[in-house]
Design a protein around this ligand. Sequence first.
Ligand SMILES: Nc1ncnc2c1ncn2[C@@H]1O[C@H](COP(=O)(O)OP(=O)(O)O)[C@@H](O)[C@H]1O
Ligand SMILES: [Mg+2]
Length: 268
Amino acid sequence: MSDQGGSEPIIQYCGIHKAFDVPVLRGVDLSVGEGEMFALFGPSGTGKSVLLKTTMGLIQPDQGDVRVAGESVFYGGPKALSAIRKLAGYVFQNAALFDSLNVLDNVLMGLPEDELYALSRSEAARKAWNALELVNLDPELVFAKLPAELSGGMKKRVGIARAIVGRPRILLWDEPTTGLDPVNTAAVERLIMRLSRELETTSLIVTHDIEGGLAMCDRVAMLEGGRIRFSGSPSQFRASPDPVVQAFVDRAAAEAQLDLAGEPSGVS
Ligand SMILES: Nc1ncnc2c1ncn2[C@@H]1O[C@H](COP(=O)(O)OP(=O)(O)O)[C@@H](O)[C@H]1O
Ligand SMILES: [Mg+2]
């Protein structure tokens, strides 16, 4: 577990710029090592989700590139992009399930199209079954249910099952614990650690749960003002003399105190 990412980088953000009405990302450089558990922190609205989405080409930067396992997301052509999308599973911020599809079909949406069409219905169902078991849901109970029939925590687990069904090497987690009470937050964080270990993935986790992120991860970074303000080990983060990092850590701790009832803390 290196402080500086001793392993080969598997994700590299290189000079990422992105503006919507106003500049959001203003030159983000960050690299995540193969096999790492990596947490990305930052105030609400700083572009954490935007950055995560560039990893799979879901958002196109104005400048810069992302390299995943050595392939360029934006200059590698459609073949490279499709290979990258097979390598990575994305856990969306609000589960983002399809309301009209049952759990089985929602999970199968996580398989690349060519793979899905090459499988028989029962082979596909077996993959979904295994993915649901891995997230501690009883497939028999939930397979036919619609998202509206599930609790918030179950929806999150279905969203995770969809991200892992294709057995990705990389898992991108966008606020996996937002909106959960402390007990469910701890349960989902244990699940993230177990899945990352069992599936031998690299995990990049955007989270507002600073304490959880610091406890779980080998390295952490903070996005602020459109750039990476800090990147290093959890202990370096805690000890950072940077007043902006300090203020963020202090505020996150205060919000965690206020949030014991599990309300999301305005950090989206
Ligand atoms: N598709 C989009 N179109 C326009 N603006 C967007 C889009 N996606 C994100 N933004 C804006 O970019 C900024 C960063 O958003 P986001 O990455 O969701 O922040 P974070 O995840 O750090 O809370 C916000 O101001 C948001 O409104
Ligand atoms: Mg976000």
